[in-house]
Design a protein around this ligand. Structure first.
Ligand code: ATP
Ligand code: MG
Length: 212
């Protein structure tokens, strides 16, 4: 049995064509079904539906053989026990620092000000500001980071940005890119050895689907 961990929403949607290329068709739609284990047209392949940030954990412990997770999530997790052979070039966005319109971020950085930064991505934010030599107090949030500067919880946020629509709607501007984000295939290191004959063809098919 091969178990693949996916999150619903954009990752599931963008993964469906890759699975189809490998001849794998889920028998349920996670957006409408409440099932967390989805059968596929192959008796020996199943999908499990987990939170995006939990995908690396399921794969690390071998509860799933493979998974697909964003670079943001993998960076926070740390990647222990995971083999990351392929950038699938899906669910692309950017990890950015954003501040309220009119806030002089560069000026604050130059003056050595201490910044309060709200984010879901503590590890990534910590590394970024340490590398720049900027002193920050990080405030962990679980969502709706855009709100934090509007109500005085933080001076800045670190969040994912794609169109910039949410920032704009909340009078925020992106001032710095931390990293480009896309999703990667992750494989449990033990599973890759033990189930190599079943996993390698999947890997090859996914690789052949990537836009060059
Ligand atoms: P949840 O929505 O359950 O809190 P999440 O925000 O991590 O969790 P998704 O919104 O499904 O889950 O995002 C999954 C992955 O897709 C993220 O880890 C990131 O890599 C990528 N992603 C997030 N937001 C965007 C976006 N606006 N555009 C493109 N890719 C994105
Ligand atoms: Mg989300």
């Amino acid at each position: 049995m091969i178990t693949i961990a996916l999150s619903k929403g954009r990752i599931f949607e963008e993964t469906t064509p890759l699975l189809a290329a490998a001849g794998i068709v889920p028998q349920d739609d996670p957006e409408t079904s409440r099932k967390l284990i989805l059968d596929t047209n192959h008796a020996d392949v199943r999908l499990i539906i987990v939170r995006a940030s939990d995908v690396p954990t399921y794969v690390q412990y071998g509860a799933a053989d493979l998974g697909i997770a964003g670079k943001d999530v993998l960076h926070e997790h740390g990647g222990d026990g995971l083999y990351q052979p392929l950038d699938l070039q899906i669910a692309k966005c950017r990890m950015m620092v954003a501040v309220p319109q009119g806030f002089d971020y560069e000026g604050a950085v130059k003056q050595g000000a201490r910044l309060r930064v709200a984010t879901k991505y503590l590890q990534t934010a910590r590394e970024h500001f340490a590398q720049k030599g900027v002193h920050v107090d990080l405030i962990k949030l679980y969502g709706s980071m855009e709100l934090a500067p509007l109500v005085g919880l933080a001076d800045a946020i670190v969040d994912l940005v794609s169109s910039g629509g949410t920032l704009k709607a909340n009078n925020l501007v992106a001032v710095e890119e931390i990293m480009q984000i896309s999703s990667r295939l992750v494989i449990n290191q033990a599973a890759l050895k033990l189930k190599h004959a079943r996993i390698q063809p999947l890997l090859d098919t996914f690789a052949s689907c990537l836009k060059v």
